[in-house]
Write a protein of this length. Structure first.
Length: 132
């Protein structure tokens, strides 16, 4: 359903320094980069969803969408904990430390972060009781 998600940045190199280690932990590699944009995903599968950050096409400054968030499905809570720490140590800020979110479901485990430009990300596991 999703081809790619893109968030804006005001500093592409800073954004790459943030996203490279996060996506490496998720098993994704940078699959394209030029002076305007960087993409991460599976370079060998053009049908797999990708994530990008870059400068807006119209030449304006990247800005944060009000209410916009990208959630990454992660298979277990320990990986979410690690991703949260990686994000924090690479210029991210916390929007919600890792933990259970019973309001969203019995086994819903998540962490919420913002990248250095303020774009909101979530790392989620829908059934931590099953997956750990």
């Amino acid at each position: 359903m999703i081809g790619y998600t893109m968030v804006g940045t005001t500093d592409l190199e800073r954004a790459v320094r943030f996203y490279d280690p996060v996506f490496a932990e998720m098993g994704l590699k940078q699959c394209y980069k030029d002076e305007q944009v960087s993409f991460w995903g599976d370079k060998t599968d053009v049908n797999a969803p990708r994530f990008a950050t870059g400068y807006p096409f119209d030449g304006g400054k990247g800005s944060v969408g009000n209410g916009a968030m990208t959630a990454f499905l992660i298979d277990h809570s320990q990986k979410i904990d690690g991703l949260f720490e990686i994000a924090m140590s690479n210029g991210g800020s916390s929007e919600g430390a890792p933990g259970l979110r019973p309001d969203y479901g019995e086994g819903f485990y998540a962490a919420y972060v913002r990248d250095p430009d303020g774009n909101k990300l979530a790392f989620v596991c829908y059934d931590v009781n099953k997956n750990g």
